[in-house]
Design a protein around this ligand. Structure first.
Ligand SMILES: NC(=O)c1ccc[n+]([C@@H]2O[C@H](COP(=O)([O-])OP(=O)(O)OC[C@H]3O[C@@H](n4cnc5c(N)ncnc54)[C@H](OP(=O)(O)O)[C@@H]3O)[C@@H](O)[C@H]2O)c1
Length: 330
């Protein structure tokens, strides 16, 4: 069992990190959260200050991923660190290779260096299934598991700016696991699939926007026809689980639902009969719909990880969009 005292969460105002901070505070941890602007005038992080136990046990630190001193101050005195901050592409915002890969890699190195200096016992790094699934050599009929790594040469052959994000996640995860071999800290990585669910922060993050666009207009903006989805609260649970369990080692895929985009739409139509969805969206070959390639979270489930039903996640996501005014009530 890892000591329950002070932990640092990088990028603490983001979608996943906010839920993790909430769970940590509710379990009695003291949390050092890094944000790019901790100023009280910045409403972006107001939700963190409103969390239960935040007044007493949450301290926000200013730190960009390039800012070693800032990260080091936040990490100093902590026994554990959750490294979550990464720039996630937001649809429509032009991004280059340098803007995605350099901060992810430099940030991970800075965090790990500060962890070694501060003699942090355990570090949990949030990677992504992007670091797992882009491997054309993996047998088609075998579920991808933690032994499967994305092939960086293959990723380079893909088009658009998303591949730079896939590359950033693959390289940062490699770096983190390699680091653990030569440092005092125990490093575990978590590779979540596309994360949806209710959000605590007021701003829209990239994956929530993907789901919102999908519900609003049936726009295929969730990256691919083969969908891998997980609830944000289940990801936060998984992060806590791999942190607190001394047996947790290496990398963990964190995926709950593997389905074709048409199956998701069918589900949404059943669950939200008052909403209108474009008809042409249902086109698609039945064979493809039934042939979503498997992605195994068995290693995480063996630690005791459980996840919500997709219906619960969708219900809570829709309510969250309605409350925030992103989605009109039907
Ligand atoms: N959402 C998904 O579907 C998904 C799936 C798999 C893995 N992940 C991973 O999960 C992590 C969190 O993602 P999320 O969905 O919660 O996205 P998010 O809400 O956009 O959170 C990203 C966080 O990183 C911070 N950040 C970005 N660039 C930074 C920089 N240069 N210096 C310091 N902080 C920086 C952001 O701070 P600002 O608020 O100041 O921008 C934000 O707090 C990321 O590592 C992402 O790769 C996400």
């Amino acid at each position: 069992m890892v000591e329950k005292s002070k932990v640092c969460v990088t990028g603490s105002g983001g979608f996943i990190a906010s839920w993790l901070v909430k769970f940590l505070l509710s379990r009695g941890y003291t949390v050092h959260g890094t944000v790019r602007d901790p100023c009280k005038c910045d409403e972006k992080n107001d939700h963190l200050r409103k969390l239960e136990n935040a007044a007493k046990n949450l301290k926000l630190f200013k730190a960009d991923l390039y800012d070693y001193e800032g990260l080091s101050s936040a990490i100093s005195g902590c026994s554990g660190v959750f490294h979550i901050a990464t720039l996630v592409p937001f649809e429509g915002v032009p991004l280059t290779e340098a803007k995605l890969i350099k901060p992810a890699l430099t940030g991970t190195k800075n965090v790990l260096k500060a962890c070694t200096e501060a003699k942090v016992k355990k570090v949990v790094v949030v990677s992504s299934i992007a670091a797992v699934v882009y491997n054309p050599k993996w047998p088609q009929d075998v579920a991808k598991d933690e032994n499967c790594w994305s092939d960086t040469h293959y990723i380079y052959s893909l088009e658009g700016y998303w591949p730079y994000y896939y590359l950033a996640k693959t390289l940062m995860e490699h770096e983190a696991l390699e680091w653990s071999k030569r440092s005092l800290s125990d490093v575990v990585t978590l590779c979540p699939s596309v994360i949806i669910g209710p959000r605590l922060q007021s701003t829209l993050n990239s994956s929530s926007l993907g789901l919102l666009k999908f519900i609003k207009g049936g726009i295929k903006s969730l990256l691919s026809d083969q969908l891998y989805l997980v609830d944000v609260r289940d990801v936060a649970d998984a992060l806590l689980m791999v942190y607190e369990n001394a047996e947790a080692k290496g990398r963990y895929i964190c995926n709950s639902h593997s389905l074709h985009v048409n199956s998701l739409l069918k589900k949404l139509k059943n669950m939200c009969p008052k909403r209108s969805f474009p008809e042409n969206f249902m086109e698609g070959k039945e064979k493809e719909v039934n042939e979503v390639r498997p992605l195994s979270s068995e290693k995480l489930q063996n630690l005791g990880w459980k996840f919500r039903s997709l219906e619960e996640t969708i219900d809570d996501s829709v309510v969250s969009f309605e409350v925030a005014g992103d989605l009109p009530k039907p």
